[in-house]
Design a binder for this molecule. Structure first.
Ligand code: PBG
Length: 317
């Protein structure tokens, strides 16, 4: 008889035949760095996640290196915001400073990524500059180009274009190349959806957003559109393409057409939901986290951005 159970009969056999493996080097830890904090501040909706300070950042980098993580992804939380997100292009701004500190601490032992978006820096909370009530796509591209050069100069290895403006990858690539930063890579948020699962993140970055991002982020109803976005980002020079949130059908579809590595962002809402269920004793926390990470790899992700990166890497080691 043909017995598939043979390969499931004991732990050694199951280990040998596992099709998907999560490796610490594939994990990326998002790190929030806040300006004007005396000490790390807990993010209520994300138990175990903190806003760090420039002083505590090196220790986090050291932990990430020891855990064998592939990268950290830095988000800046500025004290002052304005309509054009000036802090995003200030070389002395919190994100630029955080990149410098992280780069020095990492010393080439992991990749330093920085978020390339204006939403943490604008007083209206949108990912770009406004013209009336609308986000002005092309005026925003100019701001992204300036931000890219500032972050590359600060030492970022990879920039995460998360704003969902049309043409952002090409515009950023051109700005980086003309400024001589030909080696700074672009992690393109190729398929980024409007999602209710970003709620806790908004607390993490003290977001001032009123309304929503439906005119620039994708509608969760659409799968084919993700392939169009991915093809555009690849054509414009994306070095890595990312799907966010972890919609696994979309990850699979993108993995099938991409000739560059595919990343997935396991977002704040997924973190919060699972932590809340675990805190109530309703779910086996460690098993659920590992199952979720394994699902991302099974779907075709090479890289996973996850708030559990440090802890998961410890379990996997
Ligand atoms: C935008 C950005 C967001 C997230 C990452 N980058 C928020 C948004 O698009 O509204 C969300 C990440 C998460 O929920 O974990 N810079």
């Amino acid at each position: 008889m043909i017995r598939p159970r043979r390969l499931r009969s004991n732990p050694a056999m199951r280990r040998l035949v596992a099709e998907s493996r999560v490796h610490p080097a594939a994990l990326v830890l998002p790190v929030f760095v806040a300006e004007g904090l005396a000490q790390p501040r807990a993010i209520t909706s994300m138990p175990g996640v903190y806003q760090q300070t420039l002083d505590t950042l090196p220790a986090v980098i050291e932990q990430a290196v020891s855990a064998g993580l592939g990268a950290v992804m830095l988000f800046g939380v500025p004290q002052h915001k304005d309509a054009i997100g000036s802090g995003a292009t200030d070389p002395q701004g919190i994100l630029s400073r955080a990149v410098e500190v992280a780069r020095t601490a990492a010393a080439g032992r992991l990749v330093v990524q920085a978020d390339l978006c204006l939403d943490e820096f604008t007083d209206h909370g949108h990912c770009g500059v406004l013209a009336g009530d609308e986000v002005d796509n092309d005026a925003t591209l100019v701001r992204y180009q300036q931000m890219a050069v500032v972050l590359a100069r600060a030492g970022a290895d990879m920039l995460g274009t998360s704003g969902m403006m049309d043409g952002q990858v090409g515009a950023v690539r051109e700005a980086l190349d003309s400024a001589g930063f030909v080696s700074t890579a672009i992690l393109a948020y190729a398929a980024k959806y409007t999602s209710a699962l970003y709620g806790p993140f908004r607390e993490a970055v003290d977001s001032s957003l009123q309304g929503d991002r439906r005119t620039y982020q994708q509608d969760p109803a659409n799968g084919r559109e993700a392939l169009r976005e991915t093809a555009l980002d690849l054509a414009q020079g994306a070095d890595v393409v990312m799907v966010k949130p972890a919609y696994l059908d979309v990850v699979r579809a993108v993995a099938e057409i991409s000739d560059v590595p595919v990343a997935v962002y396991q977002v704040s809402g997924e973190y919060a939901m699972l932590e809340a269920a675990a805190a109530n004793g309703w779910i086996d926390r460690q098993a659920a986290i590992l199952e979720s990470l394994t699902g991302c790899v099974r779907a075709g992700a090479d890289i996973i951005v996850t708030y559990w990166a440090l802890e998961a890497a410890g379990w996997l080691a």
